[in-house]
Design a protein around this ligand. Structure first.
Ligand SMILES: NC(=O)c1ccc[n+]([C@@H]2O[C@H](COP(=O)([O-])OP(=O)(O)OC[C@H]3O[C@@H](n4cnc5c(N)ncnc54)[C@H](OP(=O)(O)O)[C@@H]3O)[C@@H](O)[C@H]2O)c1
Length: 339
């Protein structure tokens, strides 16, 4: 059994990691780290784990955590992970970071977006962007893995085949809705039930930090004067990202043609489901799947592609475990198909 730990185990993604790792057949959960809940039984924080796990939360003590674990997941806020990563790597252990700290190759871009000096530029260059559907070989060899953001996961997976085939021209409008859990567990007035229930709203128009992230990953596939207009919205449901992407086609397409293209790129991807119907959030909630569907107008020059994931699973914890499986030489789907 490989020993793994989660630092930031009390957060939304940390809790989801614990949940999935507990029934993973090839790893043993050996360290749960929290800044504030030291020496408290994990099942006292989350009663749903009572009689499932009997370990206590420990401090964010890297020496101790890296001493007992072969691989650590960091479910910590941006700008916090980079304080821990170099110490874990120095101990010869692998890291999967769920924050944005290692997602950009250029420190300047990170610093502009996250308003903090990058403290570990050396390892930034070594980090692998963990989208297994596109970068499987690199993921397999990674020691430091930057798990992608939730919006970028849904958007990149939907756009990559179309851009690779040079099928898009002009402006791409990306309308993405995220569940409220996307903003984490901390108490914020705006996330109060009375505001969130039966409500949704747009935020950070034109300035959301995930646009530079997905643009960076797709940049080699972007040709001509293609531009993105990304409008994230937060909605009163518990889990999910639903991206509706509108585009003009560079050449005439049909639904059959799009179906063939997506199948060509994702035939070998166990967590992508190309859908002949329009995807729905509830079909992916609680799973590591990304459902992709599309529609084309009668003339064949306007189309939409829709991609749907669970933000906490394919958009975070599930994808992190998919990456872990590849990094440790396990089958990619281990522990994930039964969700
Ligand atoms: N939520 C999503 O849908 C999602 C999707 C993709 C990626 N992510 C990324 O994953 C990371 C975790 O997100 P989350 O939603 O799980 O956040 P969260 O629910 O707010 O949890 C954050 C965790 O970090 C700890 N923490 C908070 N401030 C800290 C600090 N200054 N120093 C050390 N530990 C601190 C908290 O522990 P204590 O309570 O013990 O302090 C908690 O365990 C973030 O970087 C986020 O952007 C989230």
């Amino acid at each position: 059994m490989i020993k793994v730990g989660v630092l930031g185990a009390t957060g939304f993604t940390g809790e989801k990691l614990v949940d999935i790792l507990l029934s993973h057949p090839k790893v043993e959960l050996s360290y749960l780290g929290s800044r504030t809940k030291n020496k408290i039984l994990y099942s006292d924080i989350f009663p749903k784990f009572y009689k499932k796990i009997s370990i206590k939360c420990e401090p964010l003590d890297i020496k101790k955590a890296a001493g007992v674990c072969d691989l650590l997941f960091l479910s910590l806020p941006h700008t916090v992970s980079m304080q821990f990563v170099p110490k874990i790597l120095k101990k010869g252990k692998k890291v999967i970071d769920l924050s944005a700290d290692y997602r950009f190759k250029k420190a300047q871009l990170y610093e502009r977006l996250y308003k903090k000096k990058h403290q570990d530029k050396q390892n930034l260059k070594k980090a692998v962007y963990g989208l297994p559907e596109l970068f499987k070989d690199k993921v397999k060899g990674a020691r430091l893995l930057a798990n992608p953001g939730c919006y970028p996961t849904s958007i990149i997976l939907a756009l990559y085949p179309l851009l690779s085939e040079k099928l898009i021209t002009g402006k791409v409008v990306i309308d993405s809705k995220s569940a409220i859990s996307g903003s984490g567990r901390k108490a914020v007035i705006e996330n109060h039930y009375s505001n969130v229930a039966n409500n949704f709203w747009a935020y950070k128009p034109f300035v959301h930090q995930h646009q530079p992230e997905f643009t960076e990953v797709l940049k080699d596939k972007i040709t001509g004067s293609l531009t993105f207009s990304f409008l994230p919205q937060v909605a009163g449901f518990e889990a999910g990202i639903y991206s509706v992407i509108h585009f003009s086609c560079a050449k005439k397409v049909t639904k059959d043609k799009l179906n063939k293209i997506y199948n060509k790129y994702y035939r070998q991807s166990p967590f992508i489901r190309i859908n002949r119907k329009i995807p729905k959030i509830k079909d992916v909630a609680g799973t590591n799947f990304c459902d992709i569907g599309f529609a084309v107008d009668k003339k064949g020059f306007e189309a939409v592609v829709i991609s749907s994931i669970d933000n906490l699973i394919k958009g975070a914890a599930g994808q992190a475990i998919q990456n872990m499986n590849l990094m440790l030489g396990f089958k990619e789907t281990t522990g994930l198909l039964s969700l």
